[in-house]
Design a protein around this ligand. Structure first.
Ligand SMILES: [Zn+2]
Length: 368
């Protein structure tokens, strides 16, 4: 049999339990509504404090608490003192529970405020736009060129970058022994296939498919076995144009190229043609235009000549027409081609065309 416990003893234990509770609870007791949770300044600290408060509840009201110990004492108290002891313990439990409940309520509302502050969106602030990129300078220039020719009634044709010898050479009147077919000039892939060395290949496909008359430009990548330097790259962009119809003459070629350059560089632009040689045109000519910077008086861009060399052109060779089944007695045509990279380098004053392909954002973002 266990010994009887007096009211006085229970009272002393209850007092001790209350003191212990106050020591644990002290830091949570003093936070007012105006203060942040348990002195915490941010949500994370506040949540940690809330957890600490829950531990105090377990420690002071749980199964292993002093309070639980006191409740077990009731059975050992003399019957006449039981009611009083019961009230004492109830009072202690109520005091602790109320304090904890109040503090928890406070935590809940303060943490809610912190959460809302964190998640709130100030609709009066200007939004953060996702930064938008822009097209590559070569694409921008290509699109300008395309727009001009589309307005002149030309179609835009696309083609494959790996070509057979037939399309890259034979059909363009480049015979087997021609230097353009030498391995040091062309990237051969496997026997009979090469990376196209000019976009003229697209003209052959287009004429085969559409016949005559045809009016088209073919912008695209071409490949030559060049050692990269400030003015050469093994891969570059070309745009070639082709017009085949009845009665097409050199005058149409000159008029078209001159009109294109006027639209490109301004109405005062002057064009000149110099005799040249290409296997796929006869006669052939290279064309220059008056410097867009100095207007012809001479500057650094035109190397003081007043002229800028731009591309090659000529009347489509009868052999090329024959290859695609167009009768050169009935139809004639002109073709021209120019390098887009070179043109971009000139227009944007880029002294090294390799910069166009290095994908350096600091360089490219200048051309938006
Ligand atoms: Zn100039």
């Amino acid at each position: 049999m266990s010994t009887t416990i007096s009211l006085k003893e229970v009272s002393a234990s209850a007092h001790e339990a209350l003191n212990a509770f106050h020591r644990e609870f002290e830091r949570f007791a003093n936070t007012s509504e105006a203060e942040s949770v348990g002195g915490a300044l941010n949500l994370e600290d506040g949540v940690a404090e809330q957890r600490a408060l829950a531990e105090v509840r377990t420690k002071c009201l749980g199964k292993k608490s002093d309070l639980a110990g006191l409740k077990k004492m009731i059975g050992r108290v003399a019957p006449e003192e039981r009611a009083q002891v019961g009230q004492l313990i109830q009072q202690l439990e109520r005091t602790m529970t109320e304090s904890l409940d109040q503090a928890e309520e406070r935590f809940k509302s303060q943490l809610e405020t912190l959460r809302i502050e964190r998640e709130s969106i100030d609709v009066t602030l200007p939004g953060r736009r996702p930064s938008r990129g822009h097209l590559h300078p070569i694409t921008l220039l290509r699109e300008r060129i395309e727009d001009i020719f589309v307005s002149l009634g030309y179609a835009i044709e696309d083609g494959r970058e790996i070509e057979t010898d037939f399309y890259n050479f034979d059909a363009l009147n480049i015979p087997l022994n021609h230097p353009a077919r030498a391995p040091q000039d062309t990237f051969y892939t496997t026997e009979g296939f090469a990376l196209r060395s000019q976009t003229s290949t697209v003209q052959i496909h287009a004429m085969q498919r559409r016949g005559a008359p045809v009016r088209m430009i073919a912008p695209g990548r071409v490949f030559r076995r060049d050692t990269p330097d400030p003015t050469h790259n093994p891969m570059f962009y070309q745009v070639e144009g082709l017009c085949v119809d009845r009665g097409i003459s050199m005058a149409h070629l000159k008029g078209t190229v001159a009109e294109f350059l006027r639209r490109m560089f301004g109405p005062a632009t002057v064009t000149r043609f110099r005799p040249s040689y290409f296997p796929f045109t006869e006669p052939s000519a290279e064309f220059d235009f008056s410097c867009f910077k100095c207007g012809g008086s001479g500057c650094r861009i035109c190397k003081n000549s007043g002229w800028i060399e731009l591309g090659g052109s000529g009347m489509v060779h009868p052999n090329v027409l024959r290859v695609v089944g167009i009768d050169p007695e009935e139809f004639s045509g002109f073709a021209f081609g120019l390098g887009i990279d070179r043109m971009a380098a000139l227009m944007y004053n880029i002294d090294d065309i390799r910069l166009l392909y290095q994908n350096d954002v600091r360089f490219l973002e200048q051309f938006s």
